[in-house]
Design a protein around this ligand. Structure first.
Ligand SMILES: Nc1nc2c(ncn2[C@@H]2O[C@H](COP(=O)(O)OP(=O)(O)O)[C@@H](O)[C@H]2O)c(=O)[nH]1
Ligand SMILES: [Mg+2]
Length: 298
């Protein structure tokens, strides 16, 4: 399971800076020019929580495998991009595959980094981005509604911000419509806006703890948790949907495991880290215990 995270925002708000921070690599050019490129920058972000390393060390594994999230950084959206302004909005198609969006709004002031609209106003920027994402959805509906009649109804509902039915949701998702995607908003700056999920200066305040908190927010929004398998060879951290059972967990580790597994030994990670190895035994049809170390018994 590779989670894909799309980064959106106006030009010069720090989207590429954010990608580089999260990947701990220089994968995207950061620049003062608004329209660096329409090709997306992609980078892998590891969910490398410190506790996982403790498990790896205690088991004496040779390697550790962290969950990977792919972050996709596209060009900045400007007001009326959907009408062709700036680079237009076609580059948004790269985010069709994203499971979740991160919107960056800017409150940092820096003279030699001009803002597209001439001044700093995160509420205005947020409205522009919402409008552009909405209009991109509408365009996709209109482009396809001849062959897929249901898109007409979906378009109406999206415009009125009404809830879609289950079958409409399936179709809307297959077209990658933004209205169906979860979203996290991050403020690049220190005003501590009360309508965002995180506030910090990308240039001054980023650290590993924050990276992990952002990843955990993403997982939470996608209804995901993790379980660990560990032996002398490998410690592996696996992502899984929260409501799964152990059979589904087994299948994630290995396609064979689903059939072979009879019982599962579970130690909760928090107990393991405290040195209390309270082992519990479960059947494969039982609901999983999240954030734990599993041993599948055949
Ligand atoms: N002072 C300051 N400058 C920043 C901050 N974040 C990004 N920048 C600068 O703003 C410019 C635009 O950043 P970039 O990541 O390329 O923005 P993008 O167009 O949204 O991808 C670059 O020169 C960055 O160095 C910040 O928190 N503080
Ligand atoms: Mg950029």
């Amino acid at each position: 399971m590779k989670i894909k995270v799309g980064i959106v925002g106006m030009p010069n708000v720090g989207k590429s800076t954010f990608l580089n921070l999260m990947t701990q690599k220089y994968v995207a050019q950061e620049g003062e020019w608004p329209f660096t490129t329409i090709n997306p920058n992609r980078g892998i972000v590891l969910y490398d929580k410190e506790e996982f390393l403790t498990v790896f060390k205690k088991f004496g594994s040779k390697s550790i495998k962290y969950p990977e999230l792919e972050f996709i950084d596209v060009a900045g959206l400007v007001k009326d991009a959907y009408k062709g302004k700036g680079l237009g909005n076609e580059f948004l198609s790269h985010l069709k595959e994203a499971d979740i969006l991160i919107e960056i709004v800017r409150t940092f002031e820096k003279e030699n980094v001009p803002h597209q609209e001439g001044n700093i106003d995160p509420e205005r920027d947020h409205k522009i981005i919402e409008e552009e994402l909405l209009m991109s959805d509408i365009k996709i509906c209109e482009r396809n509604q001849k062959k897929d009649k249901i898109l007409e109804k979906i378009k109406e509902k999206i415009l009125k911000k009404e809830k879609l039915d289950d079958d409409q949701i399936q179709i809307a998702k297959s077209y990658g419509l933004f209205a169906l995607k979860e979203k996290i908003i991050i403020e690049n700056g220190k005003r501590n806006l009360d309508w965002v999920d995180f506030s910090f200066s990308f240039k001054e305040d980023f650290n590993h703890e924050l990276k992990i908190k952002i990843i955990e927010k993403i997982l939470d929004k996608l209804n995901l948790t993790f379980f660990i398998t560990a032996n002398e060879n490998e410690t592996r951290i696996n992502l899984i949907e929260k409501n799964s059972n152990f059979k589904e967990a087994a299948k994630i580790v290995h396609s064979d495991f689903e059939k072979k597994t009879i019982k599962v030994q579970v130690i909760e990670l928090k107990d393991f880290l405290r040195g209390e190895e309270k082992i519990k035994i479960f059947n494969k049809n039982d609901k999983i215990i999240p954030e734990s170390i599993y041993k599948f018994i055949f």
